[in-house]
Design a protein around this ligand. Structure first.
Ligand SMILES: [Zn+2]
Length: 121
């Protein structure tokens, strides 16, 4: 089947997975190891924004890189990697999943609506 809407990040991920998989996998594991394990089981990076990784001339969010490489899945503009733990600094692959942009927005809303931490009120 022809794909008309493949953007270049999809092509890039496909190239990485098909041709540089071992190297990418090692890189993903070292990023996870460098991150600090917190009390929620999150692997958080000591950065203010989601940490970036540079690989094969491209810079992207480390969590996106890690999820796509370890699951051999290709993220695109419409299929985004989401944090089930709601911590955008987390790179724990067990806390990541792929979903649509719409899922992502709904998550944020639900977290905002129901995810209130009553202890801090
Ligand atoms: Zn997490």
């Amino acid at each position: 089947m022809m794909q008309y809407f493949e953007d270049d990040s999809e092509a890039w991920f496909r190239h990485v997975i098909e041709n540089h998989f071992e190297e990418a996998r090692k890189r993903a594991f070292s990023l996870i190891e460098e991150a600090r394990l917190d009390e929620n089981g999150c692997r958080v990076t000591d950065t203010e924004k989601p940490r970036k990784v540079r690989f094969l001339d491209r810079q992207l969010e480390a969590y996106r890189f890690i999820y796509c490489v370890l699951n051999r899945e290709i993220a695109s503009r419409d299929r985004v990697v989401r944090h089930r733990c709601h911590n955008r600094l987390c790179v724990n692959p067990d806390h990541l999943e792929i979903g649509s942009q719409a899922d992502n927005k709904r998550d944020d809303w639900e977290h905002w609506a129901y995810g209130v931490d009553w202890d801090y009120l």
